[in-house]
Design a protein. Structure first.
Length: 137
């Protein structure tokens, strides 16, 4: 784990229920920089107690990073997750699914999207691109 400081964690917007895709990209970047991203897809080591202990310790570290980057009303969703991987899957299942309510919410966001005064064209296109990418996920 290259970076043990909490600076990068404290600087990103916390998950608040409406910013999942931005939050997900930020958390992924933090975990990549700390050489922890592989844990989101790795199964626990079998039959090797010392390796399993180390795996659990690093998973707890990853879970803490995810927890610290959530607003209180979002953190409760992961209260039963023992690992970062479980927490990641909970938020993915909650916010990245393409169920009807998520699609309807995105359609509403598209309908309400307006370029505000002072917003540059590149910021506006970035916002629209973000909405479009949410439809694809």
């Amino acid at each position: 784990m290259a970076d043990h400081s909490n600076d990068s964690i404290l600087k990103i917007p916390k998950l608040n229920g409406s910013n999942y895709h931005e939050w997900k990209d930020n958390i992924r970047s933090i975990l990549v920089l700390r050489d922890l991203w592989f844990l989101m897809h790795e199964r626990p080591p079998a039959e090797q107690e010392d390796k399993l202990k180390a795996w659990k310790r690093v998973q707890e570290h990853t879970r803490a990073i995810i927890h610290l980057t959530c607003e209180k009303d979002q953190a409760h969703l992961m209260s039963h997750a023992a690992t970062g991987q479980e927490a990641w899957e909970i938020f993915s299942d909650t916010y990245a699914s393409s169920d009807v309510s998520n699609v309807m919410e995105l359609e509403e966001c598209f309908g309400a999207a307006k370029k505000t005064t002072g917003m540059s064209m590149s910021q506006w296109f970035g916002h629209v691109r973000d909405l479009a990418s949410r439809f694809c996920h």
